[in-house]
Design a protein around this ligand. Structure first.
Ligand SMILES: C[S@@+](CC[C@H](N)C(=O)[O-])C[C@H]1O[C@@H](n2cnc3c(N)ncnc32)[C@H](O)[C@@H]1O
Length: 208
């Protein structure tokens, strides 16, 4: 029998609620540094971080309806008040709705690798999207990336390298609630670790 996911109005964020650039203070009902996860999947990172860092505000962006509904239900059951999730396509959403210098950290964990060469243009982490991430990051803001895909990781390094004068490499700190040896503890990291795949991580800080 199909599982019924419950909606929690304080967690789900509809694009129809937005008008122009997001007022994060309004959507979270308080001030606080904003962390955005792109492709939040089943919401494991959001649950772990939002419960561990109550002073931060988290926004998950997920375009797959089932994952989105699963995550809203999961976060709602936890009774969290510092996390929202929106079902939308991240690149267009950030360009249209996320204001300059309003995000403290972007988390991008195991983005779809689109392994076939003719599909590489569909990869999220490209020059254009990095431009949008940098525009919307606050000074000193961080971008954290993790992937199991060596070729996509090379692309990430190259994309970051082309904006090298605006970015500084920093240590990738493991996220909250991870098991020993894990970086982010998401469902995809757990799956790939079981398959003994290498995991690549990268973290950069906006310096200007
Ligand atoms: C391979 S899964 C990884 C999920 C999660 N981050 C994890 O590590 O378990 C990639 C996720 O990103 C979502 N996604 C891919 N491209 C997206 C985009 N452009 N905007 C929003 N979500 C996206 C997919 O629907 C999927 O849930």
């Amino acid at each position: 029998m199909a599982r019924i996911f419950r909606d929690y109005a304080d967690i789900s964020l509809g694009e129809e609620e937005l008008c122009g650039k997001i007022d994060f203070e309004k959507i979270f009902g308080r001030k606080g540094a904003v962390h955005v996860e792109i492709g939040s999947g089943r919401g494991t990172f959001l649950v772990n971080e939002a419960t561990s860092f109550g002073e931060l505000n988290f926004l998950g962006i997920e375009w797959a309806r089932r994952y989105y509904r699963y995550t809203v239900d999961r976060l709602g059951r936890w009774g969290l008040t510092n996390v929202r999730v929106i079902r939308t396509e991240a690149a267009g959403f950030i360009a249209e709705y996320v204001g300059d210098g309003t995000v403290a950290c972007y988390h991008i964990y195991f983005p779809d690798p689109w392994p076939k060469k003719r599909h590489h243009k569909r990869r999220f982490f490209n020059d254009e999207n990095l431009g949008q991430l940098l525009r919307s990051l606050s000074a000193g803001g961080i971008i954290k990336l993790a992937t199991d895909h060596a070729d996509y990781f090379e692309q990430m390094e190259a994309v970051v390298g082309r904006r090298g004068d605006e970015l500084e490499r920093v240590d990738f700190m493991a996220t909250a609630g991870v098991s020993a040896g894990e970086w982010v503890g998401t469902n995809f990291e757990k799956k790939y670790r079981k398959e003994e795949r290498a995991i690549y991580t990268l973290a950069v800080k906006k310096i200007k």
